[in-house]
Write a protein that binds this ligand. Structure first.
Ligand SMILES: [Zn+2]
Length: 169
């Protein structure tokens, strides 16, 4: 949904190399690493995740069925793909998100995603390291006691990202 809202801004022309927390390469079925543009990577990743989620052997829907061995590794793989997709949106398209006013929701989605990943150790620290500063800002806002009910973090991470070392992205 978020990606479709920003898909006009993320094309082969604007994002020829899939930058997120590092340059991305898609690993194909034969384990071969392919260089690809950001929209192609994201399209591959989201299609792959959709396929896995509807695979009865991975996510059984019948009572009494068990999860496959290696389930946690598949989940980690999915989380890496989601993280790289979100990191790309943050590092390259945050200003676009502000323009269409979806940045508060993007912040909240990312914060929940990171908190969940952290709790269940689904992402390697080395994967998230390039945007640790951003993660610290977003999670500290969410964990702060709400003043009047729940408030969505609206910090302008665009400034934070442009101030950080861009060679890392
Ligand atoms: Zn892009």
């Amino acid at each position: 949904l978020f990606f479709s809202a920003l898909s006009d801004c993320c094309s082969i022309t604007t994002c020829p190399a899939a930058k997120s927390s590092g340059n991305l390469k898609w690993t194909d079925d034969q384990g071969k690493k392919l260089k690809c543009s950001a929209p192609i990577y994201i399209d591959y990743a989201l299609s792959y995740i959709q396929e896995i989620l509807s695979d009865e052997r991975v996510f059984p829907t019948k009572a009494g069925s068990s999860f496959p061995s290696g389930f946690i590794f598949l989940i980690q793989k999915i989380f890496v793909m989601l993280f790289r997709t979100l990191a790309h949106l943050f590092s390259v398209h945050y200003q676009d998100a502000i323009a269409v006013e979806i940045h508060p929701q993007l912040n909240t989605l990312f914060t929940h995603f990171i908190t969940f990943s952290h709790t269940f150790r689904l992402l390697e620290p080395s994967e998230t390291a390039p945007i640790d500063e951003l993660i610290a800002v977003l999670t500290s806002q969410l964990l702060a006691p709400p003043i009047s009910g729940f408030s969505v973090p609206t910090v302008n991470v665009g400034n934070l990202l442009s101030a950080s070392d861009h060679t890392a992205f």
